[in-house]
Design a protein around this ligand. Structure first.
Ligand code: C5P
Length: 236
């Protein structure tokens, strides 16, 4: 396996071609951390290693235990993973179980309020526009995804939520909210990108201590320690 051209550099990962393989990419996780649409920048030493490992182990469990197809092919080093060559659907797919972050701000709901049902939100992935919230009608009108794809994404996302709630609860961690991304692969919708403390809000079930990227966003310190704590509680 030989790494080819750098195709895309995202905020937390680089995506490379693989020489002689046109059905897969190599992704390499960085330690770079950004928040507020790139306005806040920093580094969390060792974060890339944790997110690579955690995302892959969660993806493996989602495949084995929930039958959800993911982009994962093989982890080849502590920061690098070979993944299926998906076309990312340009949506941030967010599920909220407990009010926090932009939801609390938008609707004036106190952070920590348990929502009456898991709430699904879509944002259009577009840095220049600041990832605006978008509804299903907009998604269809703009041709971002088809009706069938939206249904497949919704079905997959709620299954991911069910799995993650249980998975983290067993480690005494409350899943507040998370973001996933979907990809098109040979005509199917599959789970792509990552699931990690960068993309989830995770609170200690008893103390509500934050164990996720909000520690970076809010300058709380102890970011790496929190990510390590999640890894160790999950036994990873
Ligand atoms: O900021 P907001 O409350 O909308 O974030 C909801 C969830 O989506 C959080 O878990 C956050 O970490 C995640 N998210 C993300 N990437 C973004 C925006 C939000 O992973 N660009």
């Amino acid at each position: 396996m030989e790494r080819g051209e750098l195709l895309y550099e995202g905020k937390a990962k680089r995506v490379y071609e693989i020489k002689g393989n046109d059905d897969a990419y190599l992704i390499a996780y960085k330690d770079d951390a950004t928040a507020f649409n790139g306005l806040k920048k920093g580094q969390i030493d060792g974060k890339g290693v944790i997110n690579n490992r955690m995302a892959n182990l969660i993806f493996k469990k989602l495949e084995e235990e929930k039958g959800i197809e993911t982009h994962l092919i093989e982890e080849i080093s502590d920061r690098e993973t070979i993944v299926k060559k998906v076309e990312i659907v340009p949506l941030e797919i967010i599920v909220r179980n407990i009010a926090a972050g932009s939801f609390s701000k938008r609707f004036g709901v106190e952070e920590g309020t348990v929502l009456k049902n898991p709430t699904l939100e879509f944002c259009l992935k577009d840095d220049d526009l600041g990832d605006p919230m978008i509804n299903e009608s907009h998604i269809l009108a703009l041709g971002v995804a088809t009706k069938e794809e939206i249904e497949a994404i919704k079905d997959m996302t709620m299954k991911v939520n069910d799995f993650l709630i249980d998975y983290f609860r067993k480690a005494d961690i409350e899943l507040v909210d998370f973001k996933i991304e979907a990809g098109r692969y040979h005509g199917r919708i599959i789970l792509a990108d990552e699931i990690s403390p960068d993309t989830c809000r995770l609170w200690d079930v008893n103390t509500h201590e934050k164990l996720d990227k909000d520690r970076f966003r809010r300058d709380m310190g102890g970011v790496k320690e929190a990510y390590d704590e999640v890894m160790s509680r999950l036994g990873l």
